[in-house]
Design a protein around this ligand. Sequence first.
Ligand SMILES: NC(=O)c1ccc[n+]([C@@H]2O[C@H](COP(=O)([O-])OP(=O)(O)OC[C@H]3O[C@@H](n4cnc5c(N)ncnc54)[C@H](O)[C@@H]3O)[C@@H](O)[C@H]2O)c1
Length: 442
Amino acid sequence: MTTPPPPTIAPANGRLGVLTVGLGAVASTLIAGVELVKRGQGKPIGSLSQMATIRLGKRTDHRSPLIRDFVPLATLDDIVWGAWDVFPDDAYVAASRAGVLEAGKHIEAVSDALREIRPMPAAFERKYARNLDGEHIMEGSGKRGMLNRIREDINRFREDKQVDRVVMIWCASTEIFIEPGPAHMSIEALEAAIDANDETVSPAMLYAYAALLEGVPFANGAPNLAVDAPALRQYATDHGVAISGKDFKTGQTLMKTVLAPMLKARQLGLRGWYSTNILGNRDGEVLDAPENFKTKEESKLGVLEDILEPAKNPDLYGDVFHKVTINYYPPRGDNKEGWDNIDIFGWLNYPMQIKVDFLCRDSILAAPLALDLVLFMDLAQRAGLGGIQEWLSYYYKSPQTAPGLYPEHDLFIQLTKLKNTLRWMMGEEVITHLGREYYTEI
Ligand SMILES: NC(=O)c1ccc[n+]([C@@H]2O[C@H](COP(=O)([O-])OP(=O)(O)OC[C@H]3O[C@@H](n4cnc5c(N)ncnc54)[C@H](O)[C@@H]3O)[C@@H](O)[C@H]2O)c1
């Protein structure tokens, strides 16, 4: 297969509006972090777009610029924030409530910027997140009213803030589990379902559809179907709007997508993988409802099967017991603890165990992913790459792929794909790691 010619990338002129759906722990940590970095009061640790280098050409060429110097990304100074939330708290209050960042050290230092970000009333219905009872909600007539209102909000934001481009990112609570059904199969069916206030059209789908109708790229940080509904995927492709999802890959799944490929690379067998978490933030509270956890569970469970491919390797992976639970435990707040007990076997079937105890900070891990996603989604849009951005799988637990294509979960394959996409976009050679040239030229 020949590599297609690189795209033409429009320059990142002007301001980039970033609309977050949800102004909770992740969004407020993202916003406060970027504002601190802009003022030289923090480093964007965990952000590939800001911290990583990319090798270009041969290893002997010694060309490894920072990614942000290599590709024409919007700068942090170009970003202008906007948000919707079910609660009226501004970003200062949201960050203080979330309890992720230290008030004295990190919230007060950017309080002026945070105070300015007041969320717009949310498109929300309680039945999609029962454990949430905010009242900062759009007035309007049903789903059609919400869709129109979101579109108006986007356009008002554009005008008020004088932004040149907009990206939307879902950082709101995980909705209840909705399987793709008749309402999601075509735009005509979706339009009719919106008018009929069909239950299978959730607020996340309305935000996603509104974004696409306004030509705004949409990234989905939660496992909700949202822009992964077939009708929206098709619309995004047909209209050249970038989309990506689902569910930020942080914490336990990040570990899983590093450890499982290692087992497979060494052809070690797996009998069982028991994962459990305690988490005490609002996300944990919403996920305490079984219908909402089901959405998350689907997203977390698929990973092992896709990596280990049991059908190809039944001796090693044909009978794996995989269990994932999340327990709401308020004392921990955002500082999630994730335990994994992994039962493996080696040479002649001898059993072994791996135990992981990851004392992580959920939003500290998620914020840099959200930053990279908005910058790369904006880049994709300027490069004319509409539809699913599979090269951004690196950021997601359930990467969106073309229908019929299994997702690539291995973190390092995802990283290679991401970097090769950037090389291709900029007209550099993609790196295959074959490396024969170092030996044939001697
Ligand atoms: N932090 C992580 O490591 C991580 C990883 C993967 C996925 N996620 C997902 O990211 C999302 C955000 O996580 P968080 O920790 O910030 O949660 P959070 O509960 O602190 O914030 C979510 C916010 O979304 C708001 N909201 C809910 N429904 C809304 C709607 N329809 N419109 C507008 N606002 C709405 C809520 O009021 C809340 O303030 C969750 O879905 C979570 O599952 C987080």
